[in-house]
Design a protein around this ligand. Structure first.
Ligand SMILES: CC(C)(COP(=O)(O)OP(=O)(O)OC[C@H]1O[C@@H](n2cnc3c(N)ncnc32)[C@H](O)[C@@H]1OP(=O)(O)O)[C@@H](O)C(=O)NCCC(=O)NCCS
Length: 156
């Protein structure tokens, strides 16, 4: 498995995988604008001589903060560490960009995703009541510091 930046000809596959992962649909034009486009990071996990896309993440630098906007893994490829590898790559990108923390939002009732982030050392900071629609749900805002100590040790 390798994690590589997305290319323009990956967009159809990303849109389909985003849908299959149950993530909010975004327009083709939006996805296109994230390819090779600072301050966005759109990268894919590929297997099988890099021909098959099994996961992706989309991150965005916002000043000293990094926001992990989307992360998804193909259902048949879950619980094999691919999500963690994608998350770690996004944190590497954040550190390279000089960010000091990573934020993300998750549906409060999505126990699997919340467990995944907690397992990866994210902490729940606050709740946005009824933030999501279809179905209505609260958003939990989680973060993780990227500079682990005053000595400057970085996230893995
Ligand atoms: C969340 C998601 C990206 C995790 O990807 P993954 O490749 O399965 O994650 P990993 O294999 O790296 O999981 C690492 C650990 O996280 C935890 N975890 C992951 N998925 C979990 C689940 N559904 N339920 C409980 N814990 C889970 C486990 O502790 C797991 O370790 P284990 O398998 O040894 O028990 C994936 O389930 C997914 O794409 N879900 C649909 C989209 C989504 O919810 N995205 C996040 C929305 S904000």
């Amino acid at each position: 498995m390798r994690i590589l930046p997305a290319r323009v000809d990956d967009i159809e596959g990303i849109i389909a995988l985003n849908d299959r992962a149950g993530l909010e649909p975004w327009s083709r034009r939006s996805w296109q604008s994230y390819i090779d486009s600072d301050p966005w990071d759109l990268e894919l996990a590929r297997v099988g001589l890099e021909t098959v896309m099994v996961g992706f993440f989309l991150g965005l630098q916002s000043g000293p903060d990094y926001e992990l906007l989307k992360i998804g893994v193909e259902e048949g490829s879950r619980r094999k560490g691919i999500g963690t590898a994608l998350l770690n790559r996004s944190l590497e990108r954040a550190v390279l960009r000089g960010c000091s923390q990573c934020f993300l939002e998750v549906r409060a009732e999505d126990e699997g995703a919340v467990s995944f982030y907690r397992r990866n050392r994210f902490e729940i900071r606050y709740r946005r009541p009824a933030y999501y629609r279809n179905p209505v749900d609260d958003a939990l805002v989680l973060n993780r510091g990227l500079i682990e100590s005053m000595g400057g040790e970085r996230a893995e």
